[in-house]
Design a protein around this ligand. Structure first.
Ligand code: COA
Length: 326
């Protein structure tokens, strides 16, 4: 018998305010158009946090939703991992703030920063904690307020991102170690700091000062995304003796519809087996995969027994993939 981390619940939170491309352009006086944004990115709308609404506010809402979906009390949670690049402050960690907010007090809680790959990284760490017997009931949360770190005069970046939070509740269950077991099968994580400059925050809360705004070389990021994501998904499948034909659902990081469609083609998956929220959410960074998972699990698309591939790339560069059976 082995310990497996099963995905017992999925939760989501999106701020109330929803902005179309045209509304965004008018609000910030941007020289852009709905047609340009849709054609290059597939994005139509994004949600925006209210003034004063923080990553911990949104993450707590998503966490409560995941707990309710799993039918688990906050008092049962023994670890909280939060993936975010927009924490409320350097410390207390956003995870600890969420712990207090949802009424949990046992165990431990900490934040992880891997930009848009944050959720896959946090899932990998949570899976290891569960397999090692260090935790049995773990909340993994992605929560982001990118509206606070965007340069609203830079039309090449500010149209791409949105705010939101998603969460999963992982529970330890005994498995046989077979590929048919429910739960996380494996996670494959990578980083290459030599490419740090192509997607980064200039200054900000770190030790280098500055305005703390997102900067990106879009074309270069695009190029890395398509090759690295395809490679890491193949690595995950090969590690488990699986092929493209075994994938029931692709739940990708929602950066850009063109990147997602390219991945679907590389994996021979029809569009109906790829979960896409980017049109309505834009890129919510570490929150985008758990938001997409919550949507597809709760509307019945992802059924018990389905094999799901998650993949993401983000600033660092960081990238990774996770395989899970629901
Ligand atoms: N509206 C209108 N024009 C825009 C624009 C906008 N919102 N943003 C950029 N442009 C312009 C540029 O200024 C440039 O004009 P120029 O030719 O007069 O200089 C032109 O469009 C082409 O710019 P370019 O950056 O080469 O466009 P692109 O085809 O690469 O598309 C992205 C830009 C950002 C959509 C694309 O590179 C991309 O999706 N990259 C990946 C980004 C990503 O997913 N990042 C997150 C990863 S986690």
């Amino acid at each position: 018998m082995v310990l497996r981390a099963t995905i017992a619940g999925c939760g989501a939170y999106l701020p109330e305010r929803r902005l179309s491309n045209d509304e965004l352009a008018a609000l910030h006086g941007l020289d852009t158009s709905d047609a340009w944004i849709r054609e290059r990115t597939g994005i139509g709308f994004r949600h925006m946090a209210a003034p004063g609404e923080t990553a911990s506010d949104m993450g707590a809402a998503a966490a409560r939703d995941a707990l309710a979906h799993a039918g688990v009390e906050a008092s049962e949670v023994d670890a909280i991992l939060v993936a975010t690049s927009t924490p409320d402050s350097a410390f207390p960690a956003t995870a600890v703030r969420i712990q207090a907010r949802i009424g949990a007090s046992r165990g431990f809680a900490f934040d992880m920063a891997a930009a848009c790959t944050g959720f896959v990284y946090a899932l990998g760490v949570a899976d290891s904690l569960i397999r090692a017997g260090q935790a049995r009931c773990v909340l993994v949360i992605g929560t982001e307020v990118y509206s606070r770190i965007l340069d609203w005069t830079d039309r090449g970046t500010c149209v791409l991102f949105g705010d939101g939070a998603g969460a999963v509740l992982l529970r330890a269950e005994e498995g046989t170690g077979a590929i048919a077991d429910r739960g996380i099968i494996s996670c494959h994580l990578h980083a290459d700091g030599r490419f740090g400059d192509i997607l980064h925050i200039e200054g900000g809360a770190g030790s280098t000062g500055g305005p703390g705004l997102l900067r990106m070389a879009g074309k270069e990021v695009f190029r890395h995304a398509v090759t690295k994501l395809a490679a890491v998904v193949d690595e995950a499948l090969a590690a488990n003796g699986l092929t493209h034909a075994d994938i029931r659902w692709l739940v990708p990081h929602q950066a850009n519809a063109r990147i997602i469609e390219a991945m679907g083609r590389k994996l021979n998956l029809p569009a109906e087996r790829v979960v896409m929220t980017v049109e309505r959410h834009a890129n919510t960074s570490a929150a985008s995969i758990p938001l997409a998972l919550a949507e597809a699990r709760r509307d019945g698309r992802i059924a018990d027994g389905d094999l799901v591939v998650m993949e993401a790339i983000g600033g660092g560069l960081t990238w990774g993939a996770a395989l899970a059976r629901f």
